[in-house]
Design a protein around this ligand. Structure first.
Ligand code: HEC
Length: 220
């Protein structure tokens, strides 16, 4: 320390020699806690508490980290793509869609697609699900602001957007897969919804307010 100071004479307190600084430090270090508790040492119990916490955390990670294995940290539980050269190795959209549905949509529309009247309309048997793909894509990308009639019942609610940039932030591939899945499951439609089309509409519309039924009805 003192050699450091010698080489930086300008950095010390003006007018204080090394010796006087040293003496000052020693005084401070040796000082007993004053009435207000300044300079008191940390309580020893804190050391035990922190040790216990670190031990608990270590044990917890050891037990529940799944060894940070990629199979454990696989958001949608999908099998790894064969032949790692990505893009060409396609994911089955029905499998992906089913997972997206379970993670995102089922909370409101229920796992069996029956909805939860009067708040959440059904997808099973819905004329919207069996109807226009263009409208469905908008509903997912932008959300939907009621009222809407489904199976002859009026619903007045708000569905949040689930696409890119929304709270759910599903990418076009996942949006398309969710739609492919619900159309297959509840309307028997085999034609998949393409991610490219979802991305194209997202690019054209950007992010915007939820759509209304009046707006949807202007679409093909
Ligand atoms: C937070 C709840 C919520 C989530 C999550 C949600 N929805 Fe909705 N959804 C609604 C509500 C509420 C409506 C009706 C909105 C209205 O009244 O205008 C709706 C309407 C719909 C409609 C049109 C009406 C119908 O029943 O056919 C479709 C299709 C749809 N949602 C599909 C989906 C899909 C697919 C997902 C998942 C990617 C999803 N929703 C996620 C709440 C939700």
């Amino acid at each position: 320390m003192s050699s450091n100071m010698d080489s930086n004479p300008g950095r010390g307190v003006a007018g204080a020699s090394d010796d006087s600084l040293q003496a000052e430090h020693e005084k401070l270090l040796g000082k007993q806690p004053d009435e207000k508790g300044h300079y008191r040492l940390l309580p020893l119990n804190l050391l035990f508490l922190l040790s216990a916490f670190i031990m608990f955390s270590g044990t917890y990670l050891g037990r529940f980290s799944g060894y940070f294995h990629p199979k454990v940290y696989n958001e949608y539980g999908l099998p790894p793509k064969p032949g790692a050269d990505s893009a060409a190795a396609a994911v089955d959209p029905i499998a992906l869609g089913k997972n997206v549905y379970a993670q995102v949509c089922a909370a409101c529309h229920q796992p069996n697609g029956a909805g939860l009247p009067p708040a959440f309309p059904p997808l099973a048997g819905s004329e919207w699900v069996s109807g226009s793909e263009d409208r469905l894509i908008r509903i997912l990308l932008h959300g939907l602001q009621g009222p809407i009639k489904v199976n002859g019942v009026d619903y007045v609610g708000v569905m949040p957007a689930v696409g890119p940039g929304s709270g759910y932030n599903l990418n076009p591939e996942k949006v398309a897969a969710a739609l492919t899945y619900i159309r297959k499951e509840w309307a028997g439609i085999d034609t998949p919804v393409s991610a490219a089309k979802v991305a194209e509409i997202r690019g054209k519309d950007g992010t915007r307010q939820p759509v209304t039924v009046a707006e949807l009805e202007k679409l093909p």
